[in-house]
Design a protein around this ligand. Structure first.
Ligand code: MN
Length: 222
């Protein structure tokens, strides 16, 4: 477990992100997880699990789905420092990962096997999430790779349990669990690119169409 890749990629004079140092267990003793919605070059959700003093990290382009029939691509990226779990704000556009970051969900996780290190190594990693939006049993399964990418490729899949659903959580619950802000609000407050950030928020055109349908149900029936 090392944070050297994390530190190599960033200039801490220029980015507000925390510098990487390994920590002991978090104060409560529970392992934390966080999902950060990140409007960088491409919109993605960074899924992070505390493990041995840092955050194992995967970039999930479409975000987690609570639907067990949906497999979400998850590209493993460099480990992040534990402090990163509370980072929400604007990374300057010229820097690595430039764009707006939101804490989309956060909570604790528990491994479902006696030896989580072995499960990770094997590429079949089962765990339970206790978050504000994400709950219940999930698995990360390593695959053979995707499009010649050098990054390890995994699939993030919900297991069938009482928390499984076909709800589109990323659309239904688009705000920060820390500050109740949308990406555009975070960008505005952090003097970032508001227009770019807003493209990661639910689109107002869809909202209006939906509102019109609710206002005038007779019209949509005909
Ligand atoms: Mn990211």
């Amino acid at each position: 477990m090392t944070l050297s890749k994390y530190n190599e990629k960033r200039n801490f004079q220029r980015t507000p992100e925390p510098a990487g140092k390994l920590s002991g267990k978090s104060a409560s003793g529970d392992r934390i997880f966080v999902v950060q919605k990140h409007r960088a070059t491409q919109l993605h959700y960074d899924f992070r699990l505390e493990f041995n003093g840092s955050l194992l990290s995967w970039a999930v382009p479409k975000g987690p789905s609570p639907d067990p029939s949906v497999k979400r691509l998850a590209m493993q990226v460099e480990d992040h420092p534990l402090d990163y779990a509370d980072f929400e704000g604007v990374i300057p556009e010229a820097e690595y990962g430039g764009g707006t970051v939101m804490v989309w969900d956060k909570g604790t996780w528990t491994p479902e096997s006696a030896d989580p290190a072995a499960a990770l190594e094997k590429g079949d990693f089962k765990f339970t999430l206790h978050g504000k939006k994400l709950h219940g049993s999930w698995v990360l399964v390593r695959t053979r790779g995707f499009g010649g990418s050098s990054k390890p490729t995994w699939l993030l899949i919900k297991h069938r349990d009482q928390f499984a659903s076909t709800d589109d959580l990323t659309q239904m619950r688009p705000k920060s669990i820390l500050s109740n802000r949308l990406l555009a609000d975070i960008a505005r407050d952090g003097h970032g690119d508001v227009e770019k950030a807003a493209t990661g928020d639910p689109q107002p055109a869809k909202k209006k169409a939906h509102a019109a349908k609710l206002k005038n149900p007779a019209k949509s029936k005909s």
